[in-house]
Write a protein that binds this ligand. Structure first.
Ligand SMILES: Cc1cc2nc3c(=O)[nH]c(=O)nc-3n(C[C@H](O)[C@H](O)[C@H](O)COP(=O)(O)OP(=O)(O)OC[C@H]3O[C@@H](n4cnc5c(N)ncnc54)[C@H](O)[C@@H]3O)c2cc1C
Length: 502
């Protein structure tokens, strides 16, 4: 933790993929940087609640930031993922015209893609499409080989931990409640420390508002009230890993001109599951962070899943989740507005609003754009000791060849003890996740870092073992165990006192 009396050069509000990509980019300089996040870990907003697709850029109007930064971000991903040891699979995408009515829309996407500089596009008839994805329906399709898939929270965590290793201070469970710009140009940031229910004060020369679905509220704190955010929920079903390999590529329908999303589709994940979704339903303002799945949407996703993959069994639908898009267009207008990334009338207050899809894809390119905005306000001082790679072994033990696994077990016997049977995750990997450098303390922090509890049993076997480790080896009380965000506690207390005879 940094010294709170020291003035930060830059403070970033929000530790989603965009905020931490900016933090990591700015950590190439020796300025003082801090990130404030209200949740107990990074990546608990939209950045863990999306399709995990690295989009090619065909869907965005030429000249917009979504188009320019989406294509640029896509091109930056290989090097970034290599540096951070984050798996990225360039599996390509087929956008499919199912009927003749879809053809004008498909040709429009092709023209947009050309104007946006999307590499390697090809128009295909059905037999060419079936060579890529056996059994795919549709009369014509657009192939974009630069589309890919990634773990969205894996990327966010890796960016954050790398930024932290390069000197960025992270304040988790700290909710920004007030912003004041003093006459000397320094901002005072009032934030509630949610863990200790106390107020904290930070001082900074530049503020970056990267607060996602709450970014309009942060702007209002600074005195800017001209950008309203509407929440538009996208729900998903997750299918079992039994189906790994069923989809060779991404297959999307042609979206309508005014659709708020890209249409319901099947998306393979890097971990071998398949997602069905997302829906797109505007929700009331007070529900911005309501991520509950709803019965009618779940039913329609199930129907769609069975239509596309008729052999699905009831047990293949293992869980669901939802993410809320921070829209700048009202339900009446629909469609999508461009990203807002700008200097504001308040010198030193930079705002990012409406960073919906393709925000994950664009994140490294957004970081470069924001770096340039920051350099208008303060001098960014170069450093020579920036380390682009995360230290230590950050892959998954079970993905390694036998010889490498033997060697690791020889050096640390905890690699020889499996805690999560479905995903074959070892005790050492769970320990590394618990001891994460950001000090995040939720069960989701362990799940997102170690992949434990993600399999078919959804934690039935490994969760009690992880909880026992947290209690016996780290001294946590059951009442401390948050599942994910604040307020989502796992346990209410003991059923019987410790040591009481069974
Ligand atoms: C359903 C869905 C599907 C999507 N699919 C894709 C896709 O396939 N590919 C793609 O490229 N993009 C996709 N996106 C878009 C992508 O997820 C977002 O653009 C991206 O995650 C935005 O990141 P962010 O950092 O701006 O926001 P977030 O991840 O939401 O982070 C904002 C953070 O700010 C914090 N915060 C808010 N208020 C405060 C406060 N007062 N104090 C402190 N912290 C605060 C929040 O807790 C949160 O952690 C999708 C989005 C959705 C919803």
């Amino acid at each position: 933790m940094g010294n709170i009396n020291e003035i930060y050069d830059v403070m970033i509000i929000g530790a989603g993929v965009v905020g931490v990509a900016i933090a990591r980019e700015l950590s190439r300089y020796s300025n003082r940087l801090g990130v404030i996040e209200k949740e107990p870990d990074v990546s608990l907003g939209a950045s863990c609640r999306n399709s995990g697709v690295i989009h090619s850029g065909i869907n965005y109007k030429p000249g917009t930031r979504r188009a320019i930064l989406g294509v640029r971000g896509n091109a930056m991903m290989d090097e970034l993922c290599f540096e951070l040891n984050v798996p990225l699979k360039r599996i390509g995408k087929l956008t499919v015209a199912l009927t003749e009515e879809d053809l004008p829309g498909l040709f429009r996407l092709y023209e947009q893609g050309r104007a946006n500089g999307v590499p390697g596009m090809e128009m295909m008839n059905n037999s060419a499409m079936r060579r890529i994805q056996p059994g795919v329906d549709g009369i014509f399709g657009l192939w974009t080989p630069s589309s890919g898939i990634i773990s969205p929270y894996g990327l966010t965590i890796a960016l954050a931990e790398n930024a932290h290793a390069n000197g960025v201070d992270f304040y988790l469970e700290c909710q920004v409640e007030s912003l004041t710009r003093r006459d000397d140009g320094v901002f005072e940031v009032g934030a509630r420390d949610l863990r200790h229910n106390a107020m904290r004060k930070f001082e900074t020369r530049v503020i970056i508002n990267s607060a996602g679905i709450h970014s309009d509220e942060i702007s209002r704190m600074a005195g800017i009230d001209d950008g309203v955010i509407w929440a538009c929920r996208g729900e998903y079903y997750v299918l079992d890993r039994r189906l790994d390999g069923t989809l060779k590529t991404l297959v999307y329908p042609v979206p309508g001109r005014n659709d708020p999303g890209l249409g319901i589709h099947l998306t393979p994940t890097v971990d071998g599951n398949i997602l069905i979704g997302p829906s797109a339903v505007y929700i009331p303002d007070e529900d911005r962070e309501d991520y509950r799945a709803t019965a009618p949407v779940m039913e329609s996703l199930k129907r769609e899943g069975l239509r596309l993959l008729p052999d699905l069994a009831a047990s293949d639908f293992i869980r669901n989740f939802a993410g809320n898009r921070p829209k700048q267009t009202s339900p009446e207008v629909g469609g999508n507005a461009d990203f807002t990334i700008e200097d504001t009338a308040i010198p030193g207050f930079i705002r990012l609003q409406g960073i919906e899809s393709p925000g994950l894809t664009s994140s490294p390119a957004i970081a470069l754009e924001v770096r340039d905005l920051v350099s208008r306000h303060i001098e960014l001082r170069s450093r020579t000791d920036f380390n682009a790679a995360n230290p230590g072994f950050t892959g998954f033990f079970s993905d390694l060849p036998l010889e490498a696994r033997r060697e690791l077990i020889g050096s640390d016997p905890e690699y020889g003890e499996i805690i999560c049977r479905c995903e074959r995750i070892t005790k050492r990997e769970i320990r590394n996740a618990i001891e994460n450098p950001l000090g995040a303390r939720t069960l989701m922090s362990v799940k997102y870092r170690a992949r434990a509890t993600m399999g078919r049993c959804q934690g039935g076997f490994c969760l009690p073992r992880i909880v026992r480790m947290l209690r016996d080896e780290y001294g946590y009380e059951p009442e401390d165990f948050m599942a994910k965000g604040r307020g989502a506690y796992m346990f209410a207390g003991h059923v019987r006192s410790r040591g009481e005879a069974v």
